[in-house]
Design a protein around this ligand. Structure first.
Ligand code: NAP
Length: 347
């Protein structure tokens, strides 16, 4: 068993998720990439145990994380059994269902049949009797919200999840979901959208005339924003080309075309602002994403403990002057990298 660092709660701020009683570390860790079968287990374990030792109590998963789908949950399940069992109640573990997980009509979307079976599969892989947060991973236009949210309510009422959330729902769909949840007697605790200096959709009004930030702020829904480093674009990773072993080198979710001269021009300008503050670009990107108090936490990824340490140091210097914010505004422009929008209905 792992013996966790005694001072793990001394440095990270924990922020309340909206009006709920749930607190999350301002920097949380996701296991989307770098935790598949092809990634060395020892390194995965080193990252997760280091994160916990540094006070990162929230680990985010989904049924499909890997590859292959499910392997990130299996991997964390092994760590929970072999290293973290004494600390289970110090952790907030989330998972989701929404994207394609198994063949046929019941293996994706927002139906009750898919969500509850997927959650049971996730629990088996994790070796847990409950997760802390269960999310509808995306809005499903072919399933009534009553059914999707009803499944989340069953998950909570049956004790398989402590809290319920939605991910990548637009402002309009979030408002609808909140209304349906209220009718059903379900409390939604978290929204998980993408957000970074290069992907600012949550700030803009959608067809409903309101922005997602305004919707969550008005009702006190917590918000944890994912890919705050734009999958690594908002770090020094790509300033001198595409290194071997990096996410862009795989040309998967971080497509090489995203590293266009125009986007890299903005990244370099933001890097210069960060350096003037005595920070790295990753640290500036995280401070910027946390500047709005409606945002509970940033949810980042890491391929090494060193990256995590660099990112956690952002918490030492979060404040931004109006001048810095104005300067950032010129370069924090949408870079066409929101790959979740087309797969998440009407973002
Ligand atoms: P991210 O923090 O924007 O990107 C993480 C990647 O950036 C790392 O894997 C690493 O790339 C690079 N990086 C991180 N720190 C660095 C540093 N200090 N210096 C240089 N490079 C650094 O977040 P993400 O991994 O895209 O997503 C984070 C989490 O959000 C996921 O694990 C998942 O839990 C969640 N998420 C949710 C959804 C959803 O639909 N709800 C979708 C996507 C993600 P290398 O691997 O190249 O080193």
């Amino acid at each position: 068993m792992h013996v966790a660092s005694a001072d793990r709660y001394d440095s990270i701020p924990y922020r309340r998720a909206g009006r709920s009683g749930l607190s999350l570390p301002a920097i949380s860790l996701g296991l989307w990439q770098n935790f598949g079968e092809g990634d060395p287990y020892d390194r995965q374990r080193e990252i997760v145990l280091h994160a916990f030792d540094r006070g990162i109590t929230h680990l985010d998963l989904a049924n499909n994380y890997g590859p292959p789908p499910g392997s990130a949950e299996s991997s964390l399940g092994r760590m929970l059994a072999q290293d973290l069992r004494p600390y289970r109640d110090e952790l907030v573990i989330s998972t989701k269902a929404g994207y394609r997980q198994w063949p046929g009509p019941y293996g994706e979307g927002g139906s009750r049949a898919y969500l509850l079976r997927s959650l049971d599969q996730s629990l088996r892989r994790l070796g847990l009797d409950h997760v802390d947060v269960f999310y509808s991973h995306r809005y499903d236009p072919t399933t009534p919200l009553e059914e999707t949210l009803g499944a989340l309510k069953t998950a909570v009422d049956s004790g398989r999840a402590l809290y319920a959330g939605i991910s990548s729902y637009s402002a309009r769909r979030t408002s609808e979901a909140l209304a349906v949840a209220a009718q059903l007697g379900l409390t939604l605790t978290l929204h998980q959208p993408s957000y970074s200096m290069l992907n600012r959709w949550i700030e803009r009004p959608d067809v409903s005339g309101r922005s997602l930030l305004d919707v969550v702020g008005d009702v006190g829904l917590g918000m944890i924003v994912f890919s705050p480093l734009a999958q690594g674009m908002l770090t020094d990773r790509y300033l001198d080309g595409i290194p071997a072993g990096s996410r862009a080198a795989r040309d998967g979710s971080l497509q090489r075309r995203f590293l266009s001269p125009e986007n890299l021009g903005h990244v370099r300008a933001l890097d210069a602002i960060a350096r003037r503050r005595g920070q790295t670009l990753a640290q500036l990107a995280l401070a910027w994403a946390l500047r709005d108090e409606r945002i509970t936490a940033v949810l980042l990824g890491a391929s090494s403990p060193t990256q995590l340490d660099e990112n956690l140091a952002a918490l030492d210097y979060l404040s931004l002057t109006p001048q810095e914010l104005a300067e950032i505004e010129d370069h924090a422009v949408d870079a066409g990298i929101n790959i979740w929008a087309p797969r998440s209905s009407d973002l």
